[in-house]
Design a protein around this ligand. Structure first.
Ligand SMILES: Nc1nc2c(ncn2[C@@H]2O[C@H](COP(=O)(O)OP(=O)(O)OP(=O)(O)O)[C@@H](O)[C@H]2O)c(=O)[nH]1
Length: 453
């Protein structure tokens, strides 16, 4: 009775097909019987030509090939098998009474995998066939696995890089080449440093070096967002995951995932969160953050900081006369005029709420700020936006308050705001359509804070 553990081997053997080639009919009969007993499917041929035909048609797993045959001998048959794409991978085992070293060497040189001497010892033939079939099945499995891996690597959406410990790129897959705009194989041999900014590259190269020197300490570098240089010079934003691996040498497997699109929409969202939707200039939140940064910078540099607060005159009346939509359009035009005066990177114009606008002029003293505020006032008046019922002017006008400070650690941005607001109210009380300035004063701030509870 067959032991259960032997079943898979039998099943594997049954599938194997052997072509036996010999001009001696009794040899053929003996070998066929032996192979059948071993569970193989057999085909026989009594000459080389017939053997070639059968081999091409049935693609046997192994060919037992007699060397000495009339007409085409075994060596020539083997040569032709190896010359034909359909049959060149089939292992050939020679059988011959010619066992001189030269004959055996010639057989192996032709590509045979084994050489069995005649007269045949059947048990030995069986063992050699079994051994060759095992080798073939193992190498077929390995080939299939390698092919499967190749297909995955070539078709995966993530970019794959194999990097050596000195930062040299050993391999990139098609997705990586496509992400970065290179042709196949073009990145191999280059350093990862060519793709990253120098600081990030240094960090990675240090990490590679540490692991290269002590592979047992390897740890994953995790996933991080990096800016990678595209072949055309553009910067692209990618998630890079690096995993160390020891394959005869320390290597790093890098996985790249393109996040440029996420990044763009993230940036767009961030920008949107900083912009006033009606006027398209900075909103209050953005302004407050900007003021805080410039305030800190002014604290360090000792440079003056000027704040301009601007309020549209009789705007309620404007809305009541021309309607809210006209009011909106008017605010948008005023905003564009206001922001056209914020020219330096350290200037910022914002809509602070309703019909009130603010401008920050860093590194700007009181006189310069006053001149700038006056230019803004004149600019808006010159727009000549009709305000039919304004008691001040036939056009839209603004009242402006300016305040300047050389901040020290005891000052606050609130004090600057209070001073500019007070100046703006003085401008309103003084007849509107004018600029007034005021110095920050902590007593005034205390009074305002006391009022606000
Ligand atoms: N159309 C429009 N009106 C707004 C907007 N935000 C605030 N307003 C209006 O702006 C007006 C501001 O009026 P007030 O603060 O009373 O002062 P004013 O009419 O501008 O008069 P003075 O400041 O004293 O010159 C209010 O009627 C608000 O409804 C807006 O986004 N669009």
């Amino acid at each position: 009775m067959m032991m259960p553990s032997a079943l898979p081997e039998l099943a594997a053997r049954r599938q194997a097909t052997i072509l036996i080639v010999d001009d001696a009919a009794d040899n053929l009969a003996v070998l066929r019987k032996l192979m059948s007993q071993q569970g193989y499917q057999t085909f026989v041929a009594s000459n080389g030509e017939r053997a070639l035909q059968i081999a091409r048609r049935v693609q046997p797993d192994l060919i037992l090939l007699d060397v000495v045959m009339p007409g085409m001998d075994g060596f020539e048959t083997c040569r032709q098998l190896k010359n034909h794409a359909a049959t060149q991978g089939i292992p050939v085992v020679f059988m011959s009474a010619r066992t001189e070293a030269d004959d055996v060497v010639a057989g192996f040189d032709l590509g045979a995998v084994d050489y069995i001497s005649k007269p045949l010892r059947l048990a030995e033939v069986g063992a050699r066939v079994r051994s060759q079939l095992q080798i073939r099945s193992r190498s077929e499995n390995q080939g299939e696995q390698a092919e499967r891996l190749r297909t995955i690597v070539n078709n995966m959406a993530e970019g794959l890089l194999i990097i050596e410990a000195d930062g040299r790129i050993q391999f990139t897959n098609p997705a990586c080449d496509k992400y970065l705009g290179y042709r196949e194989g073009e990145l191999a041999g280059r350093s990862i440093g060519e793709l990253l900014n120098p600081l990030v590259a240094r960090e990675y190269l240090d990490y590679f070096e540490r692991y290269g020197a002590a592979p047992e300490t390897a740890h994953s570098h995790g996933t991080r967002e990096v800016i990678i240089r595209h072949c055309d010079g553009r910067s692209v934003c990618m998630d890079l995951t690096l995993t160390p691996m020891y394959l005869r040498q320390p290597l790093f497997i890098g996985l790249l995932h393109d996040i440029t699109h996420h990044k763009l929409s993230e940036d767009a969202l961030q920008r949107a969160a900083m912009v006033d939707p009606l006027t398209k200039i900075a909103n209050r939140r953005h302004f407050d953050g900007f003021l805080e940064k410039e305030w800190q910078r002014a604290l360090r540099s000792g440079q003056p900081l000027s704040l301009v607060v601007l309020d549209v005159d009789h705007f309620k009346l404007y809305n009541d006369t021309l309607g809210h939509p006209a009011g909106d359009a008017c605010l948008a035009q005023v905003a564009q005029a206001v922001s056209s005066h914020a020219l330096r990177p350290t200037d910022l114009a914002a809509r602070y709420g309703g019909e009130e606008f603010v401008l920050l002029f860093a590194e700007t003293d009181a006189d310069s700020a006053h001149l700038l505020a006056e230019a803004i006032r004149a600019h808006i008046e010159a727009l000549q936006l009709p305000h039919p019922r304004s008691p001040t002017s036939p056009w839209i006008t603004v009242s402006i308050g300016v305040s300047t400070i050389h901040p020290n650690q005891f000052d606050s941005t609130e004090a600057l705001f209070v001073a500019a607001d007070r100046a703006m109210y003085v401008a309103k009380e003084g007849g509107r359509n004018q600029v007034r300035a005021n110095k920050p004063d902590s007593a005034a701030l205390d009074a305002v804070q006391a009022l606000m509870g």
